[in-house]
Design a protein around this ligand. Sequence first.
Ligand code: ADP
Ligand code: ZN
Length: 721
Amino acid sequence: MRGTLNKYFGYNNFLPLQEDVIKDVLKGQDVLVLMPTGGGKSLCYQLPALILNGITIVVSPLIALMKDQVDALVLNGVPAALINSSLDFSQIDTIKAQLQKGEFKILYVAPERLMMPVFLQFLKGLKVSLFAVDEAHCISEWGHDFRPEYRQLKSLKENFPNIPIIALTATATSKVQSDIASELNIPDSKRYKASFLRKNLQIKIKSKANVYEQLLGYLEEHRKDSGIIYCQSRKQVDSLTFDLSASGFRALPYHAGLTAKERSSNQERFIKDDVEIIVATIAFGMGIDKPNVRFVVHYDLPKNVEGYYQEIGRAGRDSLKSDCLLFFNYGDKAKIEHFIRQKEDLREREIANLKLKEMVNYCINNNCRHKVLLQYFGEDFTETNCGACDICLEPRETFDATIEAQKVISCVHRAKERFGMNHIIDILIGSKSQKIIGRNHDKLSTYGIGRDHSKSKWQLIVRELIRAGYLDLEGDEYPVLRLNTKSKLVLAGKEEVTIVKPKIELGKTKTQRQVKIDSKDIDYELFEILRALRKTLADKEGLPPYIIFPDTTLNEMAVYYPGSLEGLKSISGVGEAKLQRYGELFLKSITEYCDNKGIETKASIIKHQFSAKRTIRPSEANSGTIRETLAFYRQGLTLAEMAAKKSVVVGTIVSHLEKIILSGEEIDINRFVSLKDQKIIEKAMAEVGPGMLRPIKDTLGGKFSYEQIRLVRVALGQKQN
Ligand code: ADP
Ligand code: ZN
C-alpha cells in the first residue's frame, strides 16, 4: 500500500483513517466514510483501485469535478477516464473499447448514466473491482444537496451483489448517515468517521461596521491569496465585485443570474489562478475542488450553521492555514427574517427561523468557534484552547460597564421601549438628526449622556449587553430594545455589569500576524518563482495549477532546496509520473535560484517534522524565525551554530541576516568575515558589479563562500545607503 501511495501520489504517510478504510476496502468490505472536506477521501478509493484487479467505478455528481479528478489522476500516471454528457458518442465508444481491453483502472460516471440498463449490462461484461459513491449525502433528503438521480443507486447492490461499495461524504449528521446506508443497500457497511475539526481554518467573526473598509483591510494583507467572498444577494455580489475591481483586485462574480457560460468561465478562471477572488452567492462552491482557497469571507450573515460550515469548508482543503472571516450584524438577521416571512409553508418557516437563531447564537457566543461547530455535528471537543479561532486566540478583555449599562437601560426606559438600537444610541450621543429632534427626544434627560463614546463603540457595547442578557431585542421587522428583569436590577444599582471590552477595528484587521505558525523556514522568494513556473506549465497544458503540484509540495521545495531528481523525489506530492514530467523543470528553477543566491542545494533530504504538520501557509511573513535568528546572533553564535540549531542550511541564516540588516538593524558582520576579507570581496564586487553572485565568486577564484559574499554585499549596500 505504501509503495503504491508513494509511487503514484508521492506521499509517504496516510492521513487519519485512510489506511484503515483502504484495508477494509481491499478485503471486500462495504464502507461508509465520513470525513471533512480536505480529509483525503479520494485516496480511499483511488489507492484500492490501483491495487485491486479490475476497474473501479466512481459515481460523482458533477461533470466539472470529474474532469478535474481524471486530469489529476492521469498526471499521476493512473489510467483513468470519464464518461458523461460532455463527450459525444464516438468518444464514448472509444472509451468503452478501451475499457473492454482493460486499459483503465478508474472510471468516473454520473449516477443516471451508471444506472441505465444498457450501461449496467456493459459493466457486467467488465471486471469491476469496486464502486465508489462520492458525495454520497446527495442521496439523502436530509442533506443540504439532495439529488434525486442518486436514488437510482438503490439497485446497484442487487446488480452487483459481490462487489464492494465505498460511499463517501463530508456531511456528518446521523440522519444522513443512516439514509446513505439504507438507500445504497449496504446495511452492514463499516462506518468510519473522522473528526470534523479543521484546525487549519482560522475562524473569526467581526462586528460588521464599515464592512467594505474592513474587507479591504483584510484583502490588502492577502494580495496573492485565492479566496471566496459570500454575499446574500446577486445585487450585492455585483456591486462588491465592481468595487473590488475598482480597488485593484482581480475579482469575478458568481451567481444564478449569470448565464451558465459566464458562470463556468468565471469559475474556471478562479480555479486556474487567473483571478484571486470570486464574489458569490451560495450558488458557488459545490463544483470546485480547488485546494488552495486561502480565505472564505462571509460578507453577510449565512442563513444556517450547516450552510456556513459547508462554505468555510471550501477553504484550506490542502490543510494549509486558511482564514474564515464572517462579518456579523443584526441588520442582516432582520433581512433574512424578512425572506423567511415570504415562505408559504408554516413548518418551513419555523425550521428556517430556528436555524437562523442557531446561526446568530453562534456569532454572538463567546465560546470557541470550533467547539460550537463540532457540537453542532455531535462531536465532543475537550480542548480548552483550539488555537484557531478569534475567541481562543484573542481572549477578550472585560471591563466594568455598570455605568454604560445604566445609561443605555435608562435611555431605553425613557424612550418607552419603543425604539431600536440605533435610535437609542443616537439619543445617547446627542444626535441632532431629524428623527431625534422630531420626536422631542433631545428633551429626554438621557439625551447626550453618552457623548464620551463614539457611535460605533456604543453599538458594540449595546450588542454585548444584549448578548449578556441585560437587554432584550424583540420583534422581527423592526427590532426594538426592551427591558427585562436583569435590566431593572442594573437600573436600581443592584447589579454590577462586566462585559467584553469592545474592540473597534476599522480598516486593517490584525488577523494574521499574531498567529503562531508551524514552519518559518519557507523561502518565499523561491516559492513565488516555483508558483510562477507552475502557472506557466498549467496554462500551457490547460490545467488548474494545483493539479500539477499543490502548494504543500512547492512549500517543501522552498524549504529543502532539492538539488537532484533523487532529492526532488522525496518531496511530498512528487510521485514517479510527475517527477518524470516536471522534475527537470522544477529542478532547473531551484538550482538557478540557489546558484544566484549562493544557497547550497541538497542531493538528499532529511525532513524535519515537516510533512506531518501540514499547517504552513506560503504567504505568511516568516518574521518569527527571523527574530529567532536575531536572538541567536545576539547570543554570539556562529553561522554554522545558528544553522544547526534551526536545522536549516547556512544560506537560510544568511538570508535572515540580510533581511535583518535591510530592516535597519545593526549587525556586525566582522564576526563572520574578517575585515581583510571584506576588503577583498568589496574590490571584486566593484569590478564585476554586485548584482550576480556567481561572477563575484569566480573572480575571487572560489576562495570565498556565497554566504561570505552575500554578507559583505548587503552590509556594503546598507553602508552606501
Ligand atoms: P476530500 O475529498 O476529502 O475533500 P481530497 O481527497 O481532495 O479531500 O484530499 C485533500 C488534499 O489532501 C488533497 O490535496 C490531497 O492531494 C491531499 N492528500 C490526500 N491524501 C494525502 C496523504 N496521504 N498525504 C498527503 N496529502 C494527502
Ligand atoms: Zn477556539
